[in-house]
Design a binder for this molecule. Structure first.
Ligand SMILES: Cc1cc2nc3c(=O)[nH]c(=O)nc-3n(C[C@H](O)[C@H](O)[C@H](O)COP(=O)(O)OP(=O)(O)OC[C@H]3O[C@@H](n4cnc5c(N)ncnc54)[C@H](O)[C@@H]3O)c2cc1C
Length: 168
């Protein structure tokens, strides 16, 4: 969604293909420190989300060590200063509401949504010419971005790419 919003705002025509017919909640609720910066750029800023009750500040991180001990991790102020400039605050979100807020940004940016599943593609060497969907649509474009997450198999399978599982 973030890539679609950026590209549509940059003036490209963007078609976003989504396999899941339900509007699920793909966004996790515990966001890391990169999230506020991304949200500021996309639209619903962290401050707005707090104000609207869509999120609450996350206080800090508790590390649970193998030995059973716990340790609080609070980022030091130095991290907020140059050259790092890291936002030290981050949030927990109501992911249903954040997803709806992002869908609005997405629609306003002019992204077209196709609820269908990409199942095959045509290629010329390493170049993708078109993508076919389960619903029988064939999409031609100069560029395709595969953001199909951990369930991804189509592009890696067809291009013989290695798959690394970073499950936690
Ligand atoms: C139980 C659980 C809890 C988690 N909690 C957290 C957390 O608290 N904080 C955190 O930061 N992360 C958390 N995560 C991880 C987080 O959800 C993922 O890192 C994140 O969703 C990955 O985003 P993504 O856009 O890469 O993929 P996804 O969110 O998986 O999105 C991929 C999309 O591609 C679509 N798609 C797949 N194949 C096709 C196809 N062939 N054609 C068309 N569309 C297709 C799928 O329907 C899906 O909508 C959690 C994960 C799980 C499972």
């Amino acid at each position: 969604m973030a890539a679609s919003i950026h590209l549509a705002r940059a003036g490209l025509q963007v078609l976003y293909i989504e396999a899941d017919p339900q509007v699920n909640d793909p966004i996790a609720e515990s966001l890391d420190w990169s999230a506020p910066g991304l949200l500021n750029v996309l639209g619903p800023s962290m401050d707005h989300l707090i104000h609207e009750g869509i999120s609450t500040y996350k206080r800090h991180v508790v590390l649970k060590l193998r030995g059973g001990a716990e340790q609080d991790y609070i980022p030091g102020d130095w991290l907020a200063n140059p050259p790092f400039n890291v936002e030290l605050r981050t949030i927990h979100v109501d992911r249903t509401r954040l997803n709806h807020a992002l869908r609005e940004v997405f629609t306003v940016a002019g992204v077209h949504l196709l609820r269908d599943k990409a199942i095959d593609l045509k290629r010329d060497g390493n170049r993708i010419i078109s993508v076919k969907t389960e619903g029988g649509v064939e999409i031609q474009s100069r560029w395709f971005i595969d953001a199909s997450g951990s369930g991804a198999s189509l592009f890696p399978r067809l291009f013989g790419l290695p798959v690394f599982d970073f499950r936690f």
